[in-house]
Design a protein around this ligand. Sequence first.
Ligand code: NAP
Length: 235
Amino acid sequence: MAASDTFACPSSADGAEPVVCERFDALGFDGKHARLGIMGGTFDPIHVGHLACAEQVRDVFELDGVVFMPAGDPWMKRGRGVSDAEERFAMVKAAVADNPRFDASRLEIDRAGATYTVDTLRALRAHYPDNVELYFISGADAVQHILEWRDAAELSRLARLVAVTRPGYELGDARRRYMRTHAAIRDVSVIEVTALAVSSTDLREKVRSGRSVRYLVPPVVADYIETHGLYREDA
Ligand code: NAP
């Protein structure tokens, strides 16, 4: 399906609380085959690299939409001062608002306890009919650790896995071999995304040292960071 500003997906009916997200809750319930991307990340903060990357994956795999899924409690990062989940969600929601093919989900934010991708994919699989294919998209640096994730063997049965790299980033040969041969992650697609040379870590550091993040994050996100005093030395 060609990209179009007029794209409209059937959304949750009658103002009911969405299960996944407003724009794509009803995807596939008309019986038509559909593909949904799930963009997993901490998004602290979301930036133009994430957005460009989601768009490129959407285009390559002809996805009907991409749901950004901010991790509620990224347990592997405990003690590293991850920003409040509601703040990260608010920035993601604002950043995707103007694209009818993107949305943000509260699924992981609202689920208690540590965030495990397998729980999210199970919930999505339970929600959507079989004619909806799921694509879990994340950074290659994150995905290469997938064998350490909970119930890793189940992940690629629940969704197709897409790892996005940045320019110059190469998965090590050993890792690549391992990924090819290990049954749990045999089906990872690795895609190099041109615009990903920006990272959340660098952005937080820039804000902390009083430097500009303009054009590296959408204007609404820059405003949010400023208004809420995020990532400042004294925050
Ligand atoms: P991370 O360590 O923050 O990210 C690793 C790298 O990938 C960073 O360079 C990051 O860049 C990049 N990245 C992260 N998400 C991306 C995305 N959607 N698109 C492009 N690049 C991305 O990893 P994370 O963000 O915490 O985790 C990524 C996903 O894996 C999340 O959905 C998380 O829940 C899941 N995960 C699951 C388990 C588990 O189930 N046990 C364990 C770990 C992670 P930026 O810093 O610029 O974003």
